[in-house]
Design a protein around this ligand. Sequence first.
Ligand code: PEP
Ligand code: MN
Length: 343
Amino acid sequence: MIIVMKNDAKEEEIRAMVDELSKNGMKVQINNGVQCTVLGVLGDTHLLNENTLSRRSGVEKVMRVQEPYKKSNRKFHPEDTVIDVAGMKIGGGTFSVIAGPCSVESKEQIESVAKSVLKSGACIMRGGAYKPRTSPYDFQGLEKQGLELLLVARRATGLPIVSEIISPKHVEMFEMVVDIIQIGARNMQNFDLLKEVGKTNKPILLKRGLSSTIQEWLMSAEYIMSNGNENVILCERGIRTFETMTRNTLDLSSVPVVKQISHLPVMVDPSHATGISSLVAPLSLAAIAAGADGLLIEVHNDPACALCDGPQSLTPDEFEDLMGKIRPMVSVMGKHLNQLGEN
Ligand code: PEP
Ligand code: MN
C-alpha cells in the first residue's frame, strides 16, 4: 500500500501516520520527495482500511499496489534511485561505463586493461575472478588470487571494481575487496545468494537471468532489497530466444519498461547480449538511446588469446573508438558521463 501525503503535510501528521501503521505491525518506508512525502507500507496490508486512512489529516491519497514487487516499484519511490559507488553517483541523470576483461588472467593483463580503459573514459573496471562456466573443463577463474589482482589494478588506477560472486560463502570476502558485487545471469534466482548480499550494504549489479521475465528480475531485486540492501543496479544482458545469429537477444525494450515501473538504475551489457565484438558499438549506442544509465563492456588486451569470451571482447583501441561515440550520445540524452576523480 502507498500513502501519498499532501505537499503541505506537517511533520507531526506524517509521524502520527507512521506510528499508527507501525503499531499495526506494518513496515513503513518513508520517501521524502521534492513534491511530497510518500509512505510505502509493507506487511499484511489487508488488515488496513484505505477509506479510514485516507481521511487522516495530511493524507492526499491511499493506493493499493497490485504488483508483487514493492520496494523496487516506482510507486513506492517515485524518484530515480541514485547509488553511491566510491563517491560516484550511479543513475539519476548520470551515465557510467564499466569496462574490463571477462576474467582476470594475470597481473600484467588486468593492470594493462585497467590503465587503458581508464584512459579511454571508463569509470569502473570489471573482471571475473570466480567464473560460472557452462563446462567444468573450461577456465574457472583465478578465484581468490583474481580478487587480489583486481585490488592491485585498483591501486594502480583508482578505478572502483565490480566482480561476480557465485557462492554465499564468499560474501564477506567480496565485501572487503570489491566496490560492486555482481550477481550473474545464472545466479539471478539463487535466492540464498540474494538474501546474503541483501544483508550487506554494497551496491549490487543484478543481471537479468537467461530466460527470466522482467517481473522475475524485479522479484530478485526485491529479495536483495527486502533483506535491507536497497543499492541495486539492474543489468540487461540479453535473453534466450530462437535466434542463433547472436549469443543472446538484447531485449532493449526492458530498459524503458523497467524505468517506467521501477526507480532502480538500469545498465546494459552488449557484450554478453551479442557475443560478437562488432555488434557491441551499435548496441551500446542503442542502449543509451533507450535510456540506460550505463554500459558493461568486455575489453581485453589480446582477445584472440582470452581465456574466456574473446569473440565478444573489444581491443583497447576499439574501446577508445567506442568511447568517442558514447560521449556525444550521452550528452544528446541530457546525461552526465561519470569520470573518475571528478567528485
Ligand atoms: C559476466 O559478466 O562475465 C557474465 C558471466 O555475464 P552473465 O552472467 O550476464 O552471463
Ligand atoms: Mn564474459
